[in-house]
Design a binder for this molecule. Sequence first.
Ligand code: 6PG
Length: 240
Amino acid sequence: MNKTVEVLPDQPALVARALELILSKLETAIEQRGRFSIALSGGSTPKPLYEAIANQKLPWDKIHIFWGDERYVPPNHPDSNELMTRRAWLDHVDIPAANIHPVPTLEVNPEVAAAKYEQQLKEFFNSSGAEFPSLDVILLGMGDDAHTASLFPHTEALKVRDRLVTVGNKDGNPRISFTYPFINAANSVIFLVAGANKRPALAQVFAPVADDFTYPSRLIQPQGELWWLLDAAAGLELQH
Ligand code: 6PG
């Protein structure tokens, strides 16, 4: 794993850097493999980034969109990460509908939904073996409790190592989430973290020793590239 930590002066600079990094990964992936696959995070931090990507002239037919986690709500629910992403980005570009791979959230239960999404991922990557397929980029946020995706502290989802997708739990509310081993199989993992409220969690995630189940973002140790893009409010103490 090669880990890069960049502290940007403010949120607009953070978004600009994230955009630049994603566009460079996109160009390389399309050059080398004819397509680019990215899994998106929810929450508030990435929204301006999604708006910025929507303004780019890109080969949308070669770009495939997944979500690294989703609240278990219908796609028209205000909490839906898919809805936020469509409004900020996907509704404004001519990306083929078949290139958008939303998390199924209208199944009989979250476990069935997780298994269905896992099957869709395996079919997309044509992978049947034990190997975890590699997305080109997985974009992650981090909560002030050091959760990422929907891998919350001290939850069962943190113990799932033999699946691509599992059921997360936030205060009793089910979520669908990539597992940490699947996240770690990505070619590049990019954390986008902003705000002073994230500092205490970042200190624990970056500490030489701390409990992974208390600070789940510590589990993200990809075999590929790991990028931490922080604004100054979040990353001041971490500036190397
Ligand atoms: C979600 C996200 C979640 C998010 C963090 C940070 O579904 O909410 O995927 O993991 O990235 O909670 O959220 P903010 O960017 O809003 O601080």
